[in-house]
Design a protein around this ligand. Structure first.
Ligand code: GAL
Length: 416
């Protein structure tokens, strides 16, 4: 009897303990594909394990354009979520509005400054204070290929140059299969575009044209060459591409309907969720001409200022969890990315992730590491939107000449 009452007291204490400071976190994100949903589910269970309530605020639409529109209206209405997937220079814009919470206390306790590469930490800080927690490092300049399709088409290995790529793509077409799985949405056009620019012009050119938005680079012969190549890639996509979601394009590669897809390594999350093995079922290779470069895309969550003390506590716990080793490993194993936290054990990661980790460090030293413009890393959101629209107009309308395409992209870059 005594034992039982002691047990009851103990249970009561545990319950009270976990309830104290338990709050709700409403988290805005756009991770709705199979691999993405599985990944974000890991964060949800860590938070629930800490006694907090997870309110999912998922806004479908790869790349996050829809999510950002919805976020703006919520903040304008004075009702922001606790946390939102906000990346790159947009973090600074939101912080300058005075709406973001200061995460310095948790960042100091958890020693983020010593756990993050300096370039990453700077993006997460506004005026020296952390306002966002980084999740991962995605590499964008990948080309995914189905091994069985390549074999069927008589393509011996993943093409390394654009010439090799077009030769391989011709063979795939001849074998009666789709060469390039593409989803015709602006952000996907832009994702392919940046890999083509990187492959044709190299990292320095990419940096001049798409990060510094240098007009000379944007109107150069190299840009003309890049747009010619970009248009040529389109000829290898199928007529049903317009509007297709990126994960459905990945599914075409997974299901042996198509040979290649140009997409960041969240695509690997789809292969993983489908039980596919890299090196056996599919190949991850740098997009043609980009093996010595790395377009990075860092996902992060910014936290909004909230009044309720329990909600603030939950936000702090969310930030700590995101940078914790448990989450960094399990999330990134599912997501296709690599941990952003330094010195993580990579033993459980596959060869694509190991290559990504090696190249991230190597290109940082060689100058080949560049921010992805298509994934909100390189320029402010207004400039990104304008250039993205110009790129898609060119992609969608074969009647626009390459010369006019170059002009309108350069013009879009100049006006913002
Ligand atoms: C990117 C994001 C990735 C992935 C992708 C497709 O912008 O950084 O994590 O979700 O969109 O939705």
């Amino acid at each position: 009897m005594l034992k039982l009452s002691k047990l009851a007291t103990a249970v009561a204490l545990v319950v009270a303990g976990s309830a104290a400071g338990a709050g709700e976190v409403e988290v805005l994100h756009w991770w709705t594909s199979g691999g993405e949903a599985k990944s974000v589910g890991e964060l949800k269970s860590i938070m629930q394990g800490k006694g907090h309530t997870w309110k999912d605020f998922a806004v479908a639409g790869g790349g996050g354009d829809n999510a950002m529109t919805v976020l703006k209206s919520r903040v304008v209405a004075g009702n922001p979520p606790a946390a939102a997937q906000i990346k790159g220079p947009a973090i600074q814009e939101w912080a300058s509005e005075g709406v973001l919470a200061d995460l310095t206390p948790v960042a100091t306790t958890e020693k983020w400054d010593s756990l993050l590469p300096g370039v990453v930490a700077n993006v997460m800080k506004y005026k020296g204070k952390y306002v966002a927690a980084p999740v991962n490092v995605h590499r964008v300049n990948w080309m995914w290929a189905n091994a069985a399709v390549l074999k069927k088409a008589g393509v011996a290995s993943a093409p390394k140059t654009w010439d090799e790529f077009f030769a391989a793509a011709d063979k795939v077409k001849k074998a009666g299969l789709i060469a390039v799985a593409h989803g015709g949405q602006n952000w996907q056009d832009f994702t392919t575009f940046e890999s083509v620019v990187l492959g044709v012009g190299g990292a320095k050119f990419y940096n001049d044209a798409l990060v510094k938005l240098d007009q000379k680079a944007l109107t150069s012969a190299t840009m003309t060459k890049a747009l010619e190549t970009f248009r040529k890639v389109k000829a290898y996509t199928d007529p049903a591409a317009p509007g297709r979601d990126w994960n459905l394009a990945t599914a075409m590669v997974i299901q042996e309907k198509a040979a290649f897809q140009f997409m960041g390594d969240w695509a690997k999350g789809e292969f993983t969720a489908a039980g596919k093995v890299p090196g056996k079922d599919y190949i991850c290779a740098a997009a043609p001409g980009t093996a010595n470069a790395y377009t990075f895309n860092i996902d992060s969550f910014a936290m909004f200022r909230l009044k309720d003390a329990n909600a603030q506590k939950a936000q702090g716990d969310l930030a700590a969890a995101i940078m914790g080793t448990q989450f960094q490993e399990i999330f990134n194993l599912n997501k296709g990315s690599i941990p952003v936290r330094l010195n993580m054990d990579m033993a459980k990661f596959d060869d694509c992730a190991k290559l990504s980790a090696k190249d991230f460090v190597g290109t940082a030293k060689s100058g080949g590491l560049v921010p992805s413009i298509a994934h909100q890393m390189a320029v402010n959101p207004a400039a990104q939107g304008a250039i993205q629209d110009a790129v898609s107009q060119f992609w969608n309308d074969d009647k626009v000449s390459v010369a006019d395409g170059v002009k309108s992209i350069a013009k879009a870059a100049a006006t913002k």
